[in-house]
Design a binder for this molecule. Structure first.
Ligand SMILES: NC(=O)c1ccc[n+]([C@@H]2O[C@H](COP(=O)([O-])OP(=O)(O)OC[C@H]3O[C@@H](n4cnc5c(N)ncnc54)[C@H](OP(=O)(O)O)[C@@H]3O)[C@@H](O)[C@H]2O)c1
Length: 377
């Protein structure tokens, strides 16, 4: 079977990532950017028994030369950070954890062409029109590109797909986030990109819906394709805002009355006027002093996944959100989980056939045991 035939049938692996009785191979990893996700990824690579960190690219000039472990807040790992892209491209490495602020497809193409696999939370959760140049770069480099994370890249796609396996004749799938956005430690992003603290008009005209739609529409397409829904389903988007009625203290500064303090985004795949897949996020600056008086509900911060079929299935996922907004500033579990999903996918991605490979192509991706409980030979 050729690699094209393999990919057409969805089988993208030569061999399992962990084979009983054999010690798994080791893989050389590059960390690309050291924001919240990048720093958590450095720690996750250190803690992964099959991975070695060999390089770290940074955007910020003041981090150049600083050890990647120190940047991540752990012990020094003997890996000084660099901003030299050519040096990274020339390096012998198996995979790049690509976590910059925004994706640069030309940069990703260069990494792929240099023979490095790329795992990333910034896009490519599914193949999309316009990805031809990246597919070509991956073929040239014999490398694989895999988009992963929590939302998109986890709760909004692969988890509903897994749940759907236990139901039949499915008519509706939903994945929904309920978060207190005060815990998100990126004040510039929260104000400038997410448009909290601005006018409702600015938020409705801002870049957020477009930026989010890129990833969440891919999640929806992954569910439609994976479950055999009519691919011509129309994807509808919606955005709603709530404003503060009193000053709301937030880590991104005080949100004044009349300014945006809550946003809801929704993406729906619709067939014959019937929603069949819904992905939604509810982001609130706390649950007081909002107009409309939105709340997170009695269950509080959470993710919900629902499959309506035979039988109906419903999962509430806790643990991705911090105990308090302030705790999220120190270490946000959702950001850590995003990094872990990237890092844990590496042993599977390095074995995949070249090209953009999704959850529909890869096998079940597992984390690894704590060293105390890991296999000993
Ligand atoms: N799919 C998911 O579930 C998911 C979840 C969380 C985040 N994400 C995405 O993952 C990416 C990283 O998130 P994050 O929370 O780590 O963000 P972050 O904390 O804001 O860090 C982004 C890093 O990007 C680098 N950077 C800043 N400006 C840049 C520029 N102009 N060009 C290139 N790099 C630049 C910096 O790296 P240095 O500090 O090394 O200089 C910065 O620390 C974002 O795109 C975010 O949307 C996805």
């Amino acid at each position: 079977m050729t690699s094209e035939e393999h990919s057409a049938t969805g089988s993208a692996l030569d061999e399992p990532a962990a084979t009983a009785g054999a010690l798994p191979a080791r893989h050389r990893v590059v960390q690309w950017a050291t924001g919240g996700v990048g720093r958590a990824a450095i720690q996750a690579v250190r803690d992964h028994p099959e991975l070695d960190l060999v390089a770290c690219w940074v955007h910020s000039s003041d981090k150049v030369g600083v050890d990647a472990g120190v940047i991540a807040g752990i012990e020094a790992l003997g890996v000084p950070a660099t901003d030299d892209v050519e040096a990274i491209l020339a390096l012998d490495a198996d995979c790049v954890v690509y976590a910059p602020l925004l994706p640069d497809p030309a940069e990703v193409a260069r990494l792929l062409r240099s023979g490095k696999n790329v795992v990333t939370p910034v896009g490519w959760f599914h193949r999309s029109p316009g990805d031809e140049a990246l597919e070509e770069a991956a073929r040239e480099g014999g490398s694989t590109l895999h988009g992963t994370g929590i939302d998109p890249g986890g709760i909004s796609d692969v988890f509903p797909l897994m749940l759907s396996a236990m139901s039949s004749a499915t008519t509706f799938v939903r994945a929904e986030e309920f978060s207190d956005i005060r815990s998100y430690n990126a004040p510039d992003v929260v104000r400038q990109i997410m448009c909290f603290g601005g006018t409702p008009e600015a938020a409705m005209e801002g870049p957020m819906l477009g930026l989010l739609t890129g990833g969440f529409a891919q999640s929806i397409r992954l569910i439609l394709d994976g479950m055999g829904f009519d691919p011509s389903a129309e994807i509808r988007t919606s955005q709603q805002v709530a404003v503060a009625t009193e000053p709301i203290d937030s880590p991104a500064g005080v949100i004044e009355p009349g300014q945006v303090a809550g946003q809801r985004f929704c993406w729906e795949a619709v067939i014959d006027d019937q929603p069949v897949v819904r992905v939604a996020v509810n982001w609130l600056m706390g649950t007081e002093h909002l107009d409309p008086a939105w709340t997170l509900g009695a269950a509080g911060e959470r993710y919900e996944i629902e499959v309506q079929g035979d039988p109906d299935l419903f999962v509430t996922l806790k643990g991705m959100q911090p105990e308090t907004p302030e705790a999220g500033w120190e270490r946000n579990p959702g950001v850590v989980a995003t990094a872990n999903h990237c890092v844990n996918s590496i042993p599977y991605v390095v074995r995949a056939y070249p090209g953009i490979r999704t959850y529909l192509d890869l096998p079940v991706i597992a984390g690894r045991a704590h060293p105390r409980f890991a296999r000993r030979s």
